[in-house]
Design a protein around this ligand. Structure first.
Ligand SMILES: [Zn+2]
Ligand SMILES: [Zn+2]
Length: 446
């Protein structure tokens, strides 16, 4: 979902960061007494010994009296069956929203890789509170799991890989070396960023992908994004409908690529909002002496020409012609996962951010020009304002009390349960239900 390099960076931090107290609390719940902890120390160091004396990581997944994992249907699968596969050790828990979100993404990746018969397996290492929570969570997972009752193995794995926050996906390569060189700790980030393209999730593959991304970014211009052999223009409305506007005339402007379609419900709400903000931004730029300008280009996923015409006629900006082959390329290139989506390109044609929609929702016209510096400023302002907000709030739309969260304290990207729009940063959340709303959307119960 989340290249405005920085936002991705932040998204990554958010996901990895579990409030320290929260983790401690969970740990405490797991370690019912300190005696058990002492025993564990011994076991743990013993196990590490065993591991480093073999070249395979598979022994990590077994214990003295268990040589199997649980399949999704609850049957036993021999750990030795995983020989030769890339293994993702998935540290996660049902009670934590960012885990639930990543699980969905991982399920998609896992299923795609299964279809191509890739040698990949995931092993769930649960931090759930009880067996029921574990079973509920696992019901949505098509992969293997360490049995919930095997506390020792789970603890040993957490220690072995220094798990500091969840969700965490540790990637083990087959024939992994004794030193930890081949182990990749940031599987979550890698999959969020590159999806199944990143398979086999090795360091080498990651470097390749990063290099490709750098090259693509360097060669990216408005012209090579928006034109092809047969077409070097876009559609505009003025002075008459379907007038051609040369793509070149956008050079030097901040340009938003608006991916949307009339059949898309969230788009029906977002488009009018974007239109009014577009006018406000244009208005504020009229007096601009540097000749700064802003434009939006509609990239349509409408089903046919007549739907496109109807839809585009409501928009005051430009559009790629309906059915243009470039539409598909752009969707893939910007990794558009859902619509509506707003990608912002800077005056040099480089990507400023892919989270234009989120920024518009959060900051309206103030988000312009969507740059890192501007967003940082706006965030600071929001942090300031949040200081005056109540720590918890009873909201009309939810039966439990909601807690104020930010990215560092259990918050993260969310869909507001009140206005159905994307959000991130400060929010009111019910951790129990996963209910989350923008701070501006809370209507306190008197
Ligand atoms: Zn909202
Ligand atoms: Zn609730």
């Amino acid at each position: 979902m989340f290249r405005g390099e920085r936002e991705r960076e932040r998204g990554r931090e958010m996901r990895h960061e579990v409030k320290e107290e929260e983790l401690l609390e969970k740990k405490e719940k797991n370690n019912n007494n300190s005696k058990e902890d002492d025993e564990f120390e011994v076991l743990n160091s013993g196990e590490v010994e065993v591991v480093s004396s073999t070249s395979s990581y598979l022994s990590l997944l077994t214990s003295q009296d268990r040589d199997f994992l649980l399949s999704p249907t609850g049957t036993q699968v021999k750990v030795s069956d995983l020989e030769g596969k890339v293994i993702g050790l998935y540290f996660s828990a049902n009670w934590y929203l960012p885990c639930q979100n990543f699980t969905q993404v991982l399920v998609n990746a896992y299923e795609q890789l299964k279809i191509c018969e890739s040698k990949f397996e995931v092993v769930f290492v649960s931090s759930d509170e009880d067996l029921e929570a574990f079973n509920n969570y696992r019901a949505g997972m098509p992969w293997l799991a360490i049995p919930f009752s095997d506390l020792e193995s789970k603890k040993a794995l957490n220690r072995r890989f220094d798990i500091e926050g969840i969700p965490c996906l540790i990637i083990l390569q087959p024939n992994g070396r004794k030193d930890d060189d081949g182990i990749l700790h940031n599987g979550v980030e890698m999959i969020y960023r590159y999806g199944v393209q990143a398979f086999p999730f090795s360091k080498e593959r990651l470097e390749e992908l990063e290099e490709e991304e750098r090259e693509r970014h360097e060669s990216q211009t408005l012209i090579n994004l928006l034109t092809n052999h047969d077409r070097d223009f876009l559609l505009g409305h003025h002075p008459m409908p379907n007038r051609s506007v040369p793509v070149g005339s956008l050079t030097g402007k901040t340009v938003g690529l608006y991916f949307s379609a009339q059949w898309c419900l969230p788009g029906l709400d977002f488009t009018p909002k974007l239109i009014s903000i577009y006018h406000n931004i244009k208005q504020s730029l009229i007096k601009d002496i540097d000749g700064e300008d802003f434009e939006i280009v509609f990239v349509s996923s409408d089903r046919d020409q007549s739907q496109f015409d109807l839809h585009f006629n409501t928009m005051p900006w430009l559009a790629l012609p309906f059915g243009d082959p470039i539409t598909k390329n752009l969707t893939k290139y910007f990794d558009i996962q859902g619509i509506p989506s707003l990608v912002i390109l800077g005056p040099d044609g480089k990507t400023v951010t892919k989270h234009g929609r989120n920024l518009i929702n959060l900051y309206k016209e103030n988000a312009y020009p969507f740059t890192e510096a501007k967003v940082e400023l706006l965030e600071k302002k929001m942090d300031e304002e949040a200081k005056d907000l109540p720590r918890s709030e009873k909201h009309i739309g939810h039966r439990h009390e909601l807690t104020l969260v930010s990215e560092g304290s259990g918050g993260g990207p969310f869909i507001c349960c009140d206005c159905d729009e994307q959000g991130s940063g400060w929010a009111y959340q019910c951790i129990q239900c996963g209910y989350e709303v923008h701070t501006k959307c809370v209507r306190p119960v008197d």
